[in-house]
Design a protein around this ligand. Structure first.
Ligand SMILES: [Zn+2]
Ligand SMILES: [Zn+2]
Length: 275
């Protein structure tokens, strides 16, 4: 059984290393380099996993989660400048990746009851960027996800089937004129945060890869006619997920690697491929 709980807080952070020159800081942190910084409304989601207690009917008491987060996370970071006011970040950059690890360290030790264990922390810095930390088999793993959306049209039509079979399988989605969706896509990369920058990868570089290899290929395009992979293949969301995966997997700046692609065709469906 899994249980998720969310809390929000506001905080500032600066991407800036005091010992470096302005140019060196700009080279490391790009357009975010500033000794003053900026702020976010962060959303933290903690996930616990465990067996249901037959007496209480719970795996962990939400009151205990809230108390723990209030005392060990919010008391330290809420309405603070993380870079200059929070001791944990004196030795590390207050990146989203490191904030996620901070929350993990602050919460983990308080739930040693074998019935429930902390299994995932996700922190959103905005609706389009979040970091997740898990600990599968004792190995901590941090990933970063960028969320984008694009509009595209398609016609579901399998070239290997007859017209009658296509109508029978795809119904109105087989209409010759096609139809459109606002596709939501999540690109997740995984790796080790760099010890100097605290980042899994240069976010501007990831955004450039996404712009060149996803947005320019799919946005305001007809998938059937404009995307070479769909000539002779059916542009279902399953296939779109795989095409996006294949188009960007070799362009993720090392040492980070592409670990998951999610495609939402509508609010009611969801396609996920993890490699
Ligand atoms: Zn920021
Ligand atoms: Zn469709």
């Amino acid at each position: 059984m899994r249980l998720k709980r969310r809390v929000m807080f506001s905080a500032g952070h600066a991407y800036w290393l005091v010992g470096l020159t302005d140019e060196q800081n700009k080279a490391l942190f790009g357009r975010w380099a500033s000794p003053y910084g900026h702020g976010h409304n962060y959303t933290v989601e903690v996930t616990f996993e465990g067996a249901v207690d037959p007496v209480t009917g719970m795996i962990v008491n939400i009151v205990d989660i809230d108390r723990c987060i209030k005392q060990n996370v919010l008391a330290l970071v809420a309405d603070k400048h993380l870079t200059y006011e929070v001791a944990w970040f004196a030795e590390r950059q207050a990146t989203l990746e490191n904030i996620t690890s901070f929350v993990w360290e602050q919460v983990e030790g308080h739930f040693t009851d074998a019935r429930a264990r902390l299994c995932e922390i996700t922190v959103w810095e905005s609706p389009t960027l979040y970091a997740t930390r898990t600990c599968a088999g004792g190995n901590p793993m941090v990933s970063l996800t960028r969320c984008i959306d694009f509009a595209a049209s398609h016609r579901l039509h399998a070239p290997g089937l007859s017209d009658a079979e296509n109508v029978a399988i795809f119904g109105k989605c087989n209409h010759k004129g096609g139809h459109g969706h606002n596709y939501g896509v999540e690109v997740t990369v995984t790796g080790e945060p760099d010890p100097v920058t605290g980042m899994l990868l240069d976010l501007e570089a990831l955004d450039t890869v996404i712009e060149e290899h996803i947005m320019q290929v799919f946005d305001h395009k007809c998938l059937n006619d404009d995307v070479p992979e769909f000539v002779g293949s059916n542009p279902t969301s399953e296939n779109l997920t795989l095409v996006i995966w294949n188009r960007i997997k070799d362009h993720i700046p090392a040492p980070a690697r592409l670990s998951r692609i999610i495609v939402r065709e509508t609010d009611r469906n969801y396609f996920e491929y993890a490699g």
